[in-house]
Design a protein around this ligand. Sequence first.
Ligand SMILES: NC(=O)c1ccc[n+]([C@@H]2O[C@H](COP(=O)([O-])OP(=O)(O)OC[C@H]3O[C@@H](n4cnc5c(N)ncnc54)[C@H](O)[C@@H]3O)[C@@H](O)[C@H]2O)c1
Length: 281
Amino acid sequence: MFFECSAEPSVLAGLNSSPKYLLETNLGGTVNCLEFARRSSGLFIFLSTSRVYSMAPLQELNLSEGITRFELNREQSISGLSANGISEKFPTDTSRSLYGTSKLASEYLVQEYATAYGLKAVINRCGVIAGPGQFGKIDQGVYTLWVARHFFNRDLKYTGFGGTGKQVRDLIHIDDLVLLLEKQIAKQTGRNAETFNVGGGIKGSTSLLELTKICEEITGNSVGMAREKESSSVDIPWYISDCAKVQSTFDWAPKKTVVQLVSDIQDWLRKNKQMLQHSFS
Ligand SMILES: NC(=O)c1ccc[n+]([C@@H]2O[C@H](COP(=O)([O-])OP(=O)(O)OC[C@H]3O[C@@H](n4cnc5c(N)ncnc54)[C@H](O)[C@@H]3O)[C@@H](O)[C@H]2O)c1
């Protein structure tokens, strides 16, 4: 079996420079992995991303501003969107960021290898992955960074959407993702290289503002919070994975809550404090 998890995973990659490195790493990397898998046998599991979905419809969702987060209004006129979140039917046909496009192009290649060479494959479009062991940065792993900055008592900044911190994401704990991968390996399905949205879903969703409160309660620290009102071209206000398809196909559901996630990250930071204290500055 093969896991294709290698990537330049930053949504900001290539924005202010050439995208060559991004494309060679993400698309070229997938070709290398597919070529290896073509000459072997076994299930090919590709970690794709929710960023394959088109940015404009995500940026134009009909939202209202709640007290602690942006909320999805009932009236929506776009396919693949419901109160359960964003499903695999959400549009992918317009711009998605260079990163998202590199991953979507890789998905297409995985599907072509499945058809042309009979490769068994599964494509997991992951929302935000977080958990102990992740070296969080602003442009990737920001939720682990959020916990770490609280733990080490270092300042943070709400960026975009008026600097309110109300943007919403669903987080998947790395342990839950591993459980899913184990189920996918056990099932050995994958004839058509199907795509699955994978995330924490509604129950695993949080805004940055809500996450700050959880971090304050768990670490006991309250850090300075700057506010930058302007959003970047790749910022999206709301994304929650609708995981109905992956749940019914693999009899899987995420178990860890956001509170457990924060607590597990703190345990990891505490155990490795000496080593990690300079990594989250
Ligand atoms: N972190 C998230 O929230 C998230 C969300 C959705 C999808 N993903 C996907 O999950 C996968 C893992 O991401 P991550 O967040 O753990 O990022 P990461 O940067 O921690 O891991 C990516 C790994 O790829 C390796 N890599 C990069 N170029 C390589 C190459 N040419 N050859 C071999 N290895 C190479 C890097 O050394 C690194 O270990 C990626 O494919 C990413 O697109 C991540």
